[in-house]
Design a protein around this ligand. Structure first.
Ligand code: CAA
Length: 282
């Protein structure tokens, strides 16, 4: 199958980043959100990043206009009927993703591939919401999407080889390097990354170090581009907590218990950069 129209459900930090890389690769993109205002905000972010790239001389002003011209926005999920391949990048909540997949299964053509950018919910559970589990797959981008080179491609138990190959090839078309992960909680990326972040929060909770010292140790001692607490703020503390809950629930192993301090921040609405307050103030 030749993918011509690429659907993105959700226009938040992951969704608009995915829409940007898809449009940059030459595909027509439809990006949806629950309100047109949200979708407009997502589009404005794409425009902001592309404008910076024009200023830096990385792309021409014509390129920018052409890329933006390939992104349509909508608040009506039914517009996904035009898409050959959809990636869902909505909030990391199982009930929400289940409903989106039930709806997409009704709306999209029988050949359309339905992928999810979930960071940890089992692909098999999402696929079971549809009548096309062989066409459901995980396509997990990293944040910030335009910069990070990886796409984790996750097969559900019923995902077909054809769906897998198409997703793999599409990741490469987007200029990314795909890596295959099996369908276990957290896949590879978050199974390794989130326990590290959670442990950094425990270090803060136990007073082992200040937020700055914890981040400095990992930045300068391990050459990480940013410290784990700053990275948690970038990912979103609600997303970090949701992933830890999924790992804890999925493996029933106490090593994945979320740090109470992480939960406290989320309960207070301190979700990181997106609320301008997390472990740091923005
Ligand atoms: N969108 C687009 N471009 C961005 C960006 C964004 N949000 N943030 C930074 N950039 C670009 C900058 O414009 C800059 O581009 P140029 O090279 O063209 O100038 C480049 O990235 C580097 O940015 P900066 O110089 O401002 O800062 P930096 O060198 O510290 O890099 C960073 C910023 C890329 C975010 C880097 O700190 C980094 O790699 N951090 C780790 C990110 C990471 O681990 N991501 C994975 C999170 S986990 C995940 O996503 C999975 C999940 O399910 C939770």
């Amino acid at each position: 199958m030749d993918v011509k129209t690429f659907g993105v459900v959700g226009s938040g930090q992951m969704g608009n980043g995915i829409a940007q890389v898809a449009a940059t690769s030459g595909l027509n993109v439809i990006m949806s959100d629950i309100s047109l205002d949200f979708a407009k905000k997502g589009l404005a972010n794409i425009e902001k990043i592309l404008s910076k790239n024009v200023e830096k001389g990385k792309i021409s002003a014509e390129d920018k206009d052409a890329i933006l011209g390939r992104v349509a926005i909508t608040e009506d999920l039914k517009d996904m009927a035009k898409a050959d391949f959809v990636v869902e990048a909505a909030t990391e909540r199982e009930d929400l993703k289940f409903k989106i997949f039930q709806d997409l299964d009704e709306i999209c053509g029988p050949d359309a591939i339905l992928s999810t950018n979930t960071s940890s919910i089992p692909i098999g559970r999402i696929a079971a919401q549809t009548k096309r589990p062989e066409k459901v797959i995980g396509m997990h981008f990293m944040n910030p999407v335009p910069v990070m080179k990886l796409v984790e491609v996750i097969r559900g138990i019923a995902t077909s080889d054809e769906t897998f190959k198409l997703t793999w090839d599409l990741s490469e078309k987007f200029g990314k390097t795909p890596a295959e992960a099996a369908d276990y909680p957290g896949f590879i990326a978050n199974r390794i990354l989130l326990p590290m972040i959670n442990e950094a929060v425990y270090c803060l909770y136990h007073g082992v170090g200040t937020r700055e010292d914890i981040d400095t140790v990992m930045k300068l001692g391990m050459n990480h581009p940013m410290g784990p607490l700053a990275l948690a703020d970038l990912i979103g503390l609600d997303t970090c907590l949701a992933i830890m809950e999924t790992l804890y629930e999925g493996f029933k192993d106490s090593k994945y218990r979320p740090c109470p301090l992480l939960r406290k921040y989320v309960e207070a609405g301190w979700l990181g950069r997106k609320t301008k307050k997390g472990f740091y103030d923005y």
